[in-house]
Design a protein around this ligand. Structure first.
Ligand SMILES: [Zn+2]
Ligand SMILES: [Zn+2]
Length: 102
């Protein structure tokens, strides 16, 4: 046997990561939210699922997927560095108004 050894429950782990990825609908660029680009329209020649992270068309990529395109610069999301909140678990769907003007 060669290559990476994945745990037996890897499919479950990955399914959970994909589910988690659907909750992260935006990235932030200087605090401004940008809708993440789902798999599909930007890869018309691709298969029914993302070849890197495995999400289906219309779903958002798992963070760090090399196929995800940046909505800001249209480059590779993991390589461009536009997003300023790349912290998993820091839910960016919270519509908190932290900077309410007095
Ligand atoms: Zn992907
Ligand atoms: Zn970018």
């Amino acid at each position: 046997m060669s290559g990476r050894q994945l745990p037996d429950n890897w499919p479950e782990i990955w399914a959970a990561r994909k589910a988690e990825a659907q909750k992260r609908k935006h990235i932030h660029f200087f605090k401004v939210p940008f809708a993440r680009m789902p798999y599909g329209p930007d890869h018309p020649e691709g298969g029914p699922t993302c070849r890197d992270c495995g999400v289906e068309r219309g779903q958002l990529h798992v963070p760090s997927c090399c196929m995800e395109r940046c909505p800001i610069c249209a480059g590779q999301a993991i390589g461009c560095g536009c997003a300023d909140d790349d912290t998993p678990g820091d839910d960016d769907d919270e519509e908190e108004e932290e900077e309410v003007a007095a």
